[in-house]
Design a protein around this ligand. Structure first.
Ligand code: GLY
Ligand code: MN
Ligand code: MN
Length: 436
């Protein structure tokens, strides 16, 4: 269970923060969990997600208005909001061994407590969302980029505790996917498939790490399709479901595509699944993620040629950028406390950013390192807008437009797993919970 590695995780975090503070010239940092925000002119709050920087430190889901003070050579301090309230649940400090590593203080007024705690300890940074009282914390520097770059860079390589959290997030996510697949095969509409996913993963929609994507038929061609239609289409051909689960603030991000038919679209799903698994095996330490993305484009070109969708060779397709018409997003991204976790373009702790000019949507351009967790999510879609653009912009595109017209009603395919990068091998956290 994640908690058994928590003490070691805390030791690692303390060492990393000490290094980052030293390198950037700060003596301490305050990490707020963040406050609630409200709809305009309303007393209802937006769904609350704690700031990832604070969540990483504690083995329970953070509540709003909690603060952490990190100072080298000192136990981390947790300022717990002391509430008196009969309108809402009053949260008490969770019990447990985690407290051994902390100085826990219950405070009525966080602003006053933090102003007093940050006096006389040198240069103090604040990393996280603003709160109404932060402007009154004199001498505290708000979100200094140099420190944030260091912390973001370090965060990409995760601890045993974090690996276990991601395993749990994948387990719950795959339980949801199994229920969703069954619902689809039983003839459910998008809304019902989504409800099945939530129930299978034992989540409320506000618990999800990102709003699940549940797309039937041509809706699968919208990459971030956000509707959940309550109407079943006349013929339910395809399900693309991209949905994950949360465990203690850590996210899984899983996509599966199913069809009821054995025709060409079914063969494309099989071919994409094989390509995805080949790419996954290449995601070991030292690999450049931009190269893996190129490998994915090559694999898609081969599939397009073998199925007669495009008559050109792989080389000519790459020259003409044909695979990008069918696969217009990146191969994957860092995954952890955030679904698209931070630092994917960052080449060093100082914050040198290097997006890939050939693949502007690629969220990860770093070379892979042991203990990074990434997604591998190649896709192949029939997107009318991009196909029209191809017809206009790419002379002799070589694509069989009539064949493509027969595939448009299926929307598209994406297959996405969460991969722990190892030195010579990988661990597929998602397929450990395969159900078919
Ligand atoms: N669920 C969003 C993504 O796969 O990146
Ligand atoms: Mn993803
Ligand atoms: Mn996804």
């Amino acid at each position: 269970m994640p908690h058994s590695y928590y003490a070691a995780h805390l030791t690692t975090l303390r060492a990393r923060y000490e290094e980052a503070l030293e390198a950037t010239g700060y003596d301490a940092v305050i990490l707020p969990s963040g406050g609630q925000t409200y709809y305009h002119a309303d007393d209802h709050a937006h769904p609350y997600h704690a700031s990832a920087m604070a969540q990483q430190w504690l083995p329970f889901k953070l509540i709003p208005y909690l603060h952490i003070l990190i100072r080298p050579q000192h136990k981390p301090v947790l300022f717990w909001p002391g509430q008196r309230d009969f309108w809402h649940v009053v949260h008490t400090v969770p019990e447990g061994e985690w407290q051994n590593g902390w100085d826990v203080q219950t405070v009525k007024d966080a602003g006053t407590a933090l102003a007093s705690a940050s006096q006389g300890i040198g240069k103090v940074a604040w990393v996280g969302p603003d709160l109404p009282f932060t402007s009154q914390l004199t001498g505290v520097e708000m979100n200094p980029q140099s420190l944030i770059h260091h912390l973001n860079y370090q965060r990409a390589c995760i601890t045993h505790y974090e690996i276990d959290c991601l395993v749990e997030a994948n387990k719950a996510g795959m339980q949801g996917h199994q229920a969703a697949k069954e619902a689809f095969l039983n003839g459910a509409d998008e809304y019902e498939v989504y409800q099945a996913f939530l129930q299978g993963s034992r989540q409320l929609s506000i618990d999800e790490p990102y709003p699940g994507i549940v797309a039937l038929n041509e809706n699968a061609a919208t990459l971030h399709y956000e509707q959940k239609s309550r109407t079943l289409p006349g013929e339910s051909r395809t399900l693309l479901i991209d949905a994950g689960a949360d465990y203690l603030g850590y996210a899984s991000d899983i996509t599966r595509t199913y069809t009821r038919e054995n025709g060409l679209f079914g063969s494309l799903i099989t071919a994409m699944d094989q390509l995805q698994q080949t790419l996954v095996q290449s995601a070991t330490a030292g690999a450049r993620f931009s190269d893996l993305h190129q490998q994915a484009l090559k694999g898609i070109a081969i599939i397009l040629q073998e199925t007669g969708i495009c008559t050109h060779s792989m080389e000519i397709q790459l020259e003409k950028r044909i695979p990008q018409v069918f696969f217009p997003h990146g191969l994957g991204h860092l995954l952890g406390l955030q679904v698209h976790d931070v630092g994917g373009h960052q080449q060093d702790p100082e914050g040198t950013l290097k997006p890939d000019p050939n693949a502007p949507f690629l969220r990860l351009t770093r070379s892979l390192q042991e203990n990074m967790v990434i997604t591998i999510e190649p896709g192949l879609y029939f997107i009318p807008m991009l196909l029209e653009k191809m017809i206009q912009d790419i002379p002799q595109h070589g694509c069989d437009l009539e064949l493509i017209d027969t595939l448009k009603p299926y929307g598209g395919i994406r297959i996405e797993d969460n991969i722990l990068v190892g030195r010579d091998t990988i661990r597929n956290l998602t397929r450990e919970f395969s159900f078919d």
